[in-house]
Design a protein around this ligand. Sequence first.
Ligand SMILES: [Mg+2]
Length: 170
Amino acid sequence: MLKNLCPHEVCSSIYAIDYERLWDQGYRTLIFDIDNTLGSWGCKALDENSLRLLERLARRGFRLGFLSNNRGLDREALVAQLAPHMVLWNAQKPRTKRLQDLLQQMDAHADEAVLIGDQLFTDILGARRVNLYAIFVRPYDPQSDSLGAKLRRPLERWVLRVGRWINPPA
Ligand SMILES: [Mg+2]
């Protein structure tokens, strides 16, 4: 269980990820969590920087998918921004069913897919359960966290500290 909570990498944000290295390692599919990964929790639209990054990654040849436990209601602008890509709302992470559905719909395989998210107990646990490469990013705006996420943050910090012994950085 503890091993499945440990990300393969920890990055300060989506901008700090070495996407070229991931490409060179053979990864072709990037699955992003939305809330507090690409924008603040519950954001109605993504900012210009996030959009530019996603465009650059798509141009590079990555397949992009998005997976959120949110239901996506009242977020029409965000839905429109992500429209060219596969988006699954109500993902029920860390359960694996919807994540596996998304991989199938994207015609992607676990061994060439990366999941990027800001929560260990949903994003990273779900990703590791289906053997994806899991990258944890610091929350975009910690103040905007849901109450549940706020309560889990101290436990996440503990897991990340202990996890270094289980998953030493390469
Ligand atoms: Mg999130």
